[in-house]
Write a protein that binds this ligand. Structure first.
Ligand code: COI
Length: 355
């Protein structure tokens, strides 16, 4: 499908790279295309970034038919811009959308959309270490209709946001985590394995309560027994037990993280034993007591790796690696970032040159 491009006549002033933060600034353009049942996807376009018109009865506003992705473009040390695993992100949306009865554009169009947008916004890809252009593909139901059934019209759009190091400054910083033993992010049989906006709505209250208690985020447990670990904050989670990296196995309540997959691949290739298996709070407590629990970290696109320095429950606290980022988290973080910035060879074919 051809992508029509109309450029802005009023480009924005770009913010200083040191002030980027995460998700605060948006580039000059967006990609969009629309779906109508019976006609399929059409009207692929790149146009000036602007508020969009939506029927007040649109399905996304009432019944929450909404999904998103998060991927990144990086400016390498050679100055050239590369996308990180764009097909993996497109495929995850394609895999998740049927659970929400949503159609997606074909994989090739989704990858081309991101690539074409980044090409138009090349000047927006920041240069400093730890920065990137964060890409947010989004799929929403647009038909104006109040009956409870899948919408017959959708919009897929991609916006782009220059992003700084997730932790501010350089390198990694440990976070303090509250173990959520009441509310759940996603039940078995629910939407948890999809990047549905609803999962994030379900997570906000616990995160807010954790912040009120002085913590950064929560550890999510399974919705049935409230015993097995699922995710941490908005990320997948890994535990270093002795010299084995353990992470919960993918299920219908856990997101198949692209960073999770990348980190597990690198860990295996660096000689670590990786186990994808259920891990309970009881096992974690035991491993802490015996000194086996060396490190905990989250993996996700935004932060790449987020070390956990403390895990707290009511009346109990496990301090991990003296509250500091551990060597395995550091080593895996460096390995991912070196590939993303073109500092090291990319034997996995993860990076796609844009310019
Ligand atoms: C990620 O790190 O991949 C996320 O999903 C975080 C994003 C929702 C800001």
């Amino acid at each position: 499908m051809e992508i029509r491009i109309s450029k802005t006549t009023q480009p924005k002033v770009k913010p200083p790279e040191a002030e980027l933060g995460f998700g605060k600034y948006f580039t000059d353009h967006l990609f969009a295309c629309d779906y109508v049942e019976g006609r399929g996807w059409g009207d692929a376009r790149i146009e000036p970034y602007a508020p969009m018109q939506l029927d007040p009865a649109a399905g996304v506003l009432h019944y929450g038919q909404a999904m998103f992705e998060g991927s990144k473009a990086f400016r390498g040390v050679d100055g050239r811009v590369r996308l990180f695993r764009p097909e993996a992100h497109a495929r995850r949306m394609i895999a998740g959308a049927p659970r929400l009865c949503m159609p997606t554009p074909p994989e090739a169009l989704m990858v081309e959309a991101v690539r074409a947008l980044v090409k138009v916004e090349l000047d927006w890809v920041p240069r400093s270490e730890g920065t990137s252009l964060y890409l947010r593909p989004t799929l929403v139901a647009t038909e104006g209709f109040l009956g409870v059934r899948p919408s017959r019209e959708y919009r897929y759009f991609v916006i782009a946001s220059p992003a700084g190091n997730y932790f501010g400054g350089k390198g990694l910083k440990s976070v303090r985590i509250w173990v959520e033993t009441q509310d759940v992010r996603a039940p078995r049989g629910g939407l948890g394995s999809t990047k549905a906006g609803a999962n994030y709505a379900a997570s906000l209250k616990s995160a807010q309560d954790a912040k009120k208690r002085g913590f950064d985020q929560v550890l999510w447990l399974d919705g049935k027994d409230h015993e097995y670990v699922e995710e941490v904050g908005t990320m997948n989670v890994c535990f270093l037990l002795g010299s084995t990296l353990v992470t919960p196995p993918l299920s219908d309540s856990i997101l198949a993280g692209v960073t999770r997959d990348s980190v597990l691949t690198l860990a295996r290739d660096q000689g670590l034993t990786v186990e994808e298996r259920p891990i309970s709070l009881k096992e974690l407590r035991g491993a802490q007591q015996s000194g086996e629990l060396k490190e905990i970290f989250g993996t996700g696109t935004a932060a790449v790796i987020s070390p956990v320095g403390e895990l707290a429950f009511a009346g109990e606290s496990l301090v991990i690696n003296g509250g500091k980022p551990g060597p395995v988290a550091e080593q895996l973080y460096t390995a991912v970032c070196d590939i993303q910035r073109g500092l090291k060879p990319d034997p996995y074919g993860w990076m796609q040159l844009v310019d």
